[in-house]
Design a protein around this ligand. Structure first.
Ligand code: MG
Length: 388
């Protein structure tokens, strides 16, 4: 009885959930398809994303740590695939507790990183820099949309995965807004309105997943150490103290695990409470009202936002921009920029199916599309061949 009451503590009015029935606007596909006998439109989209080649390639893409030939094996570090699975579980938990559309949240979480090029953010920055030389840019959300609407070829009747409007909108808008003036091609995605809460939650589910996971992997890799984390990340040190008191004889690594799981739980619980507070503060009782709210309603409370910012600042200073990782960033930049320049100078290096895109997509975009699809190991090999 108590468990049931607590599980309802965060329930929002049911009209706020994004409608996922066959008749709903958000279930519309680019090419009309007959409904499935027992799978909902968003559940089908999760399956389509999961079966996409771009999704499987996430296994070979860096989250934070790049494996280089000769590095000691560390197969338990997160890849972009395992990170994506962690985000998906958090997104499902959030959507379920709030009474939102769990299947939409799941599809968006599964798709949220499929637009990422090899070598993590260093690879994305390098690709963006190269495209800027042609008056273009690289944006992983827009690239994800290109993947699901064009690159993936699984159906005889059309290109792309033919995902629902709701999933395509969330892929584009989950982490930022796009103006219709700058992006007229995105006009069908309700650019002047906020996305449904299912999409708004993805960015925070992503952040909760990587803040906790990167402390874990950073410690495991020996780049981070416990003292500075305890000093600079109060949310962690509070739970670390709790775990030390509760398990005074436990191995240090297990005490860290206990602290990290409490930290993850606290972030999720705080987010649930704050979403409920913000929804009720604006008096939103339907999806239409969520869309017209003055700002996004998925957020952490002010105190927890401070904790999040401290953890993130710590990870930037001690992990993402640490000397060990910077070397990997420099390597990523060299490989992405070098390969881009080499292929742009000699498009015969492109595989036939990519080269065929040049007349419609332009040379620079075609080269970027090719490179963005590569895994870390594939781009290393391609770079080795090009350099001779
Ligand atoms: Mg992510």
């Amino acid at each position: 009885m108590i468990a049931m009451e607590s599980s309802r503590a965060f329930l929002l009015p049911s009209a706020i959930a994004a409608g996922g029935s066959e008749e709903s606007v958000l279930a519309r596909r680019i090419h009309a398809e007959p409904p499935h006998a027992y799978r909902t439109p968003f559940a089908r989209d999760s399956d389509r994303v999961l079966h996409a080649r771009a999704f499987r390639r996430l296994a070979g893409k860096t989250q934070v740590f790049t494996r280089r030939p000769g590095d000691p094996p560390a197969d338990h570090f997160r890849s972009r695939l395992t990170h994506t699975l962690e985000v998906t579980r958090i997104a499902r938990t959030l959507a379920s507790a709030l009474g939102l559309n769990v299947e939409l949240a799941e599809a968006l979480a599964l798709a949220h990183d499929i637009g990422h090029p090899p070598f993590g953010h260093a690879g994305e920055k390098a690709l963006d820099r190269m495209l800027q030389g042609y008056g273009l840019g690289f944006d992983h959300n827009l690239h994800a949309l290109r993947i699901v609407t064009w690159f993936e070829e699984r159906y005889a009747a059309f290109r792309g995965l033919n995902l629902t409007l709701g999933v395509r909108e969330g892929i584009v808008k989950h982490s930022r807004d796009y103006s219709a003036a700058e992006h007229p091609e995105l006009v069908e995605y309700f650019l002047d309105l906020r996305p449904p809460l299912e999409a708004q939650l993805i960015d925070l589910a992503d952040e909760i997943a990587y803040l906790t996971a990167d402390l874990d992997d950073g410690l495991e890799a020996g780049i981070l150490s416990l003292g500075p984390i305890r000093q600079c990340v109060p949310l962690f040190s509070g739970f670390h103290d709790t775990a030390l008191q509760r398990f005074p004889a436990a191995a240090p690594k297990l005490v860290v695990n206990e602290a990290l799981r409490r930290m993850l739980d606290a972030l999720v619980t705080d987010l649930l409470g704050e979403v409920c507070r913000r929804v009720s503060a604006v008096g939103a009782g339907s999806l239409a009202e969520i869309r017209r709210a003055p700002g996004r309603l998925a957020a952490l409370s002010a105190p927890m936002e401070g904790e999040r910012a401290a953890a993130k600042a710590f990870l930037y200073a001690h992990l993402y921009n640490s000397p060990g990782i910077e070397e990997a960033h420099e390597h990523a930049t060299e490989v992405v920029e070098g390969l881009f320049a080499a292929i742009a100078a000699d498009p015969s290096l492109l595989p036939d199916d990519h080269r065929a895109q040049i007349p419609t997509e332009g040379l620079a975009r075609t080269v970027a599309d090719y490179i963005a699809g590569m895994t870390d190991s594939f781009i290393e090999q391609a770079w080795k061949r090009v350099r001779g």
